[in-house]
Ligand binder design. Structure first.
Ligand SMILES: Nc1ncnc2c1ncn2[C@@H]1O[C@H](COP(=O)(O)OP(=O)(O)OP(=O)(O)O)[C@@H](O)[C@H]1O
Ligand SMILES: [Mg+2]
Length: 264
């Protein structure tokens, strides 16, 4: 029997998901995926029929991998198509936490970084979530200062979980000859602890296939080892490819993450 959302309380509706109260358990909520896709902090918007189902699969298979690895996430299960059951947030943290292995995207515009530069260890930055302000980045030295001087331990925990999640997903995608370039994740407080929340789907990361077998990824710049033209992620949409093409790429991601089930 399917869940009757019409009879349920809608707690929140965002750009890509609707959150419903679970009448059977106040500690959990249902997250229902939508077909909408947005970019440019919500300025560009389309509806791609079938995207919700694709993103739901990617979300399920990535979160289930992270849960198996022992990462602290809100994800519980995916009771039916397009629906995830998650632990209910007590408090949302209004940050996006970005970890990068390879320089791409916005970082190239505001720094002198060259595309393809490799970071080892990965770098992690916090962005204040606010569309009209274009998600401004918080200063690293200030974050380090408040962790040390003000015991603002949440930042250290978010950084740790983000890098842990990045590491597991990077290894998982490598099985399919794909480099995880960067990832953007969100956090909240549940029962007094920091949890990885929200969704992980085609808009959460950059994925570039290897340019050839056995790439040498241990060098300062790995652009020549990778094939950004064949990218699978939301940059296809940002760069103006057709919604059909974007949907095909997102479906490719879901096909790959389906293989995560075989990773312990
Ligand atoms: N575990 C959770 N419990 C309750 N609410 C959650 C949970 N995880 C995510 N949410 C909320 O789901 C809402 C809808 O998500 P969606 O991503 O569609 O919003 P959005 O328009 O992208 O806005 P945002 O910029 O906050 O992500 C967000 O307000 C988010 O905080
Ligand atoms: Mg969102």
């Amino acid at each position: 029997m399917s869940i009757d959302f019409k009879a349920m309380d809608k707690i929140a509706e965002g750009k890509t998901k609707i959150i419903y109260r679970n009448p059977e358990n106040e500690k959990t909520v249902y997250m229902v995926f939508k077909d909408d896709i947005t970019a440019g902090d919500g300025v560009k918007h389309d509806v791609i029929p079938g995207k919700a189902l694709i993103d739901w699969k990617t979300n399920r298979d990535t979160f289930e991998l992270l849960n198996r690895k022992g990462v602290r996430t809100h994800y519980i299960s995916s009771p039916e198509e397009k629906v995830a059951l998650v632990r209910k947030l007590d408090r949302k943290i209004n940050l996006e936490v970005v970890s990068r292995r390879v320089a791409a995207g916005s970082i190239l515009k505001w720094s002198n970084t060259v595309e393809g530069q490799r970071y080892d260890p990965v770098i992690t930055q916090f962005h204040y979530k606010d569309d009209p302000l274009h998600d401004p980045m918080l200063d690293d030295t200030y974050i380090d200062y408040i962790i040390k001087a003000k015991s603002a331990s949440e930042y250290a925990v978010m950084k740790r979980i983000n890098e842990q999640a990045f590491g597991y997903l990077e290894v998982a995608f490598a099985n399919f000859d794909i480099q995880l370039i960067d990832i953007k994740l969100e956090y909240g407080i549940i029962d007094g602890e920091v949890y990885l929340i929200d969704e992980i789907s085609g808009g959460s990361f950059r994925l570039w296939p290897y340019a050839h077998k056995n790439p040498n990824l241990n060098q300062d710049n790995v652009l020549g080892e990778l094939n950004p033209e064949a990218r699978l992620d939301k940059d296809t949409y940002r760069m103006g490819q057709s919604t059909d093409m974007v949907k095909n790429k997102f479906a490719e991601i879901a096909n790959i993450t389906a293989g995560f089930k075989d990773i312990d």
